[in-house]
Ligand binder design. Structure first.
Ligand code: PMP
Length: 381
């Protein structure tokens, strides 16, 4: 066997299965993206829900590097101010920043679910939450997606054997765009003395009257002990945060390895996020435009109207190869819609994932729907 032959064999196998991934250097501008070969496409693939990601925020007084981890020299007045603003935004006693949403999710789960605890985790939770479960000393039981009865049965049978029980879920599921049954989860959590930890990555800045997320939209913020958010999606920047009681935040500051052992967020990012957060709180116009585009897409695709609208619309295809074909056809017609394949989604559920942005025009969304219909009509049923 030659050096690394095992790795190249595995890559070949991924290629045959339609699962090989490659980095493509792309140019992004508002709602356009190039296909890596100079052709400009309308971008329906980014998590830039409010269209902030490509807008420059100029604050020449903010440094690029934070110089160290938060507990050494990486925490500045700007970081402190943003953490306080986020706590106010989330209506919690405190909040703390993380270098990424991944670090916030994996670190919070790994640290807060302690030995002797149980985590009851949704089957479709994001990899960052799953990795947190893997790093945690707590026991984990995975429940079928959104199945509150399963959660309740598990609590009824096992609550007594554990110190603390955590119900772990995303609020808006990243690959399905659906919403967790959070009110029902709160009810069973309260009945059996469990705590909720909710990842609002795809809801921060998008849902709720002030943009704090699904928990705000449903009026249950005070019932969810730990809420995790990202600054990398609707806020158009980078980084993650955890909002919770002061004691929970103090515990993370003392014990959470992904916070303690990683260089803190860049001050220039912190300055940009502080400004964006203010804009989101003061002005709902981008959220309103996003809702208009989501509603338009649902009407054009004749989808059931949902109570809470999310900007992630999956189109289930099934096989990897077919999903890649659809994505390639859309590229030919001028649209970038990524093909999402295992292991990101379960086997046999490959899909196109449409992400909408406040900056998409009515015409862009209408043209995408026409193109999807054209491709569907061309295919044997
Ligand atoms: N949680 C969910 C649900 C996500 O989709 C993602 C990123 N795709 C993360 C956490 C991680 O966030 P970040 O990209 O900021 O690291």
């Amino acid at each position: 066997m030659t050096r690394f032959e095992d790795l190249s064999n595995e890559l070949e196998m991924l290629g045959r299965a339609g699962r090989l991934r490659q980095l493509v250097a792309r140019r992004l501008e508002a709602t356009s993206i190039d296909d890596g070969h100079g052709k400009t496409l309308v971008n329906f693939g980014s998590n830039d829900y409010l269209g902030y990601a490509t807008e420059p925020v100029v604050d020449s007084s903010a440094a690029i590097g934070s110089s160290a981890s938060a507990l050494v020299t990486g925490w500045s007045d700007r970081h402190e101010q943003l953490a306080q603003n986020l706590a106010t935004f989330e209506s919690t006693q405190a909040a703390v920043l993380f270098p990424s949403g991944y670090a916030a999710c994996s670190g919070a789960v790994a640290t807060l679910a302690r030995p002797g605890d149980l985590i009851i985790s949704d089957a479709l939770n994001h990899a960052s939450l799953i990795d947190g479960c893997r790093l945690s000393a707590a026991k984990r039981i995975v429940y079928p997606h959104g199945d509150v009865n399963f959660v309740e049965d598990t609590l009824r049978d096992h609550r007594g054997q554990f110190n603390r029980v955590w119900l772990l879920t995303e609020s808006v599921f990243s690959m399905d765009g659906d919403i967790a049954p959070l009110v029902d989860l709160c009810e069973v959590a309260e009945k059996y003395g469990a705590e909720l930890m909710v990842d609002e990555a795809h809801a921060t800045g998008v849902l709720g009257p002030t943009g704090s997320g699904v928990c705000e939209a449903l009026g249950i913020r005070h019932r969810v002990a730990v809420r995790i958010g990202t600054m990398s999606k609707a806020l158009g920047a980078q980084g993650g945060f955890v909002a919770a009681d002061q004691v929970v935040v103090d515990y993370l500051v003392n014990r959470c390895r992904s916070l303690i052992y990683s260089t803190m967020l860049s001050p220039s990012i912190v300055a940009a996020v502080t400004k964006r957060l203010q804009e989101i709180r003061d002005n709902s116009s981008r959220r309103d435009s996003l809702i208009q585009r989501i509603t338009q897409l649902h009407v054009l695709r004749k989808a059931e109207p949902a109570k809470l609208l999310t900007p992630i619309i999956p189109i289930l295809i099934g096989s990897c190869h077919q999903t890649l074909d659809w994505s390639a056809r859309l590229r030919e017609l001028g649209f970038f819609v990524p093909a999402i394949r295992p292991p990101t989604v379960p086997e046999g559920t490959s899909r196109l994932r449409i992400s909408l942005s406040a900056c998409h025009t009515e015409e862009q969304v209408a043209n995408l729907c026409t193109s999807l219909q054209t491709i569907a009509d061309d295919r044997p049923s």
